[in-house]
Design a protein. Structure first.
Length: 478
């Protein structure tokens, strides 16, 4: 257009959302400086006001023909040698999208009405094209957002299907002064976004407390994402936590988002975080510090906003001193540590918990229970519960399966309900060994191998422990 109309310079600009005019394209003859791309000179306020108002600017003799208020524009013309200019605003309805201008530097130019009318027609074509471009960009952005939301919903649905059978805590209640103090701590930290570290024995209810923290937080509208760091082999835990790209390793047939991606805007519960392999701990530390990571097999950085609640039954401070856990990660996790007491230290809650489980199984099994036998409740109170609440639930479930009437009787002859006094010499050596192995197995959640497994706690090889269990007739009751 510049060449056809015989001008020295032609410029095209677009108004941004903040109201500034950005030059996107400029064309000049030799010897004339192009208008710099980017923000239009902000000091030319008179000219910008005319463009924003949708008015045509046409001056054939510059700077003499400019009005007095256009003093900055007059200085600009004298500095650059501009002799004539016509600028056409690009309008759609009442909106001004941008402008294009034609400049003359070697001579003045006249602006006949029919010439201005034709330039306005060109301006309408430009404006329509610009409006269509903006509309297409908005449509593409909306489609990308819809796709992102759809993918996110799909990820959440997949995760929710996996945990659909899990039980959510209804509301924490307790008669134990020590556990009431824990509940108060939970209520205080839940309202923040701080990292929480739950410390306690296996089966003491750390996952239930993590869910309670999430349910009382501002993130409760989205599901809490859970992962057990001890339940997966080291080769899979990284892709489970951080996701993977298709072809990242043998068997990776499709792209898979990790738990941290699914937990964006929500809470992620890292159970048994002390079992996380040492080589993956720097990646978790980076998520804690920066909120970013890369999928396995990808170099693209992903940003997430996920609150972390971690839990462990290990002494992390000892693991740090032994070189099995990073010290910097330990201090990042220990922002708000909460000691979860074992069941034997909150015996006041045993009847309450027992009745909670009785009602749960009564509904699922269709067996109405009106009472728990006194001797059975006494045995429950006296037992040391090495397997904590998980073991209590298993005991109630077994009793409910065998129940034949409205009163629940718990078989006092069951090995796990025969507490042995310290130093007791009653019974055979084999019976004592069987009781001890059972207590350790319950404490470990019947996990034999691995760190904090029963074999490690008993200081024997896993194969040796399995052989002794077989000889003693120890079988886990499901």
């Amino acid at each position: 257009m510049r060449e056809f109309l015989g001008f020295d310079r032609c410029n095209f600009g677009e108004f941004q959302e903040d109201g500034t005019l950005h030059i996107l394209c400029t064309s000049t003859v030799d010897g004339v400086d192009p208008l710099p791309l980017g923000p239009f000179p902000a000091q030319l306020t008179w000219y910008l006001g005319k463009m924003r108002a949708g008015e045509v600017v046409a001056y054939q003799s510059l700077p003499e023909s400019l009005p007095p208020e256009a003093f900055a524009e007059a200085d600009y013309c004298r500095a650059t040698g501009m002799r004539a200019n016509i600028s056409i605003p690009l309008r759609i309805g009442g909106d001004v999208l941008g402008d294009f201008g034609l400049d003359a530097f070697r001579e003045t130019r006249a602006w006949p009405e029919d010439f201005i009318s034709r330039l306005k027609l060109i301006g309408e074509v430009f404006a329509q094209s610009l409006a269509r471009k903006r509309s297409d960009e908005k449509l593409l952005a909306a489609m990308a957002e819809i796709k992102a939301l759809k993918d996110r919903l799909q990820q959440e649905n997949t995760y929710l299907r996996q945990v659909a059978q899990s039980r959510l805590p209804r509301g924490l209640s307790s008669r134990s002064p020590r556990f009431k103090a824990v509940i108060e701590e939970l209520e205080q930290v839940a309202r923040t976004g701080s990292t929480v570290l739950l410390l306690g024995e296996t089966g003491s209810g750390k996952e239930v407390l993590a869910q309670a923290i999430h349910d009382a937080s501002a993130r409760r509208d989205r599901p809490m994402v859970k992962i057990n760091c001890a339940a997966l082999p080291a080769t899979l835990i990284e892709s489970e936590l951080f996701g993977r790209e298709k072809g990242a390793f043998t068997g990776a047939l499709a792209r898979q988002p990790g738990r941290f991606e699914i937990a964006d805007g929500s809470t992620i519960f890292l159970d048994e975080v002390g079992e996380l392999p040492l080589e993956l701990q720097p990646k978790l530390l980076r998520v804690l510090q920066e909120g970013e990571f890369e999928r396995v097999g990808s170099a693209r950085t992903i940003k997430v906003d996920a609150r972390i609640i971690a839990a462990t039954n290990r002494q992390l401070a000892r693991a740090v001193s032994e070189g099995k856990f990073r010290e910097d990660l330990y201090y990042r996790l220990e922002v708000f540590p909460i000691e979860v007491p074992p069941l034997r230290e909150r015996r006041e809650d045993i009847p309450l918990l027992a009745w909670t489980f009785v009602k749960e199984f009564s509904n699922s099994m269709g067996k109405p229970i009106e009472d728990i036998a006194e001797d059975s409740m006494a045995a429950l109170r006296d037992y040391p519960w090495p397997g904590n609440i998980r073991e209590l639930r298993n005991v109630i479930e077994r009793a409910m399966i065998l129940a034949r009437g409205p009163t629940l009787h718990i078989k006092l002859g069951h090995t796990t309900l025969r507490p042995q006094a310290a130093g007791s010499t009653t019974g055979t050596l084999e019976a004592a060994e069987r009781t001890h192995i059972l207590q350790v197995l319950e404490q470990c959640g019947w996990r034999i191998r691995g760190s904090n497994g029963a074999a490690e706690l008993l200081d024997v090889k896993p194969t040796t422990l399995e052989s002794r269990m077989k000889k003693l007739g120890i079988v886990q009751h499901i």
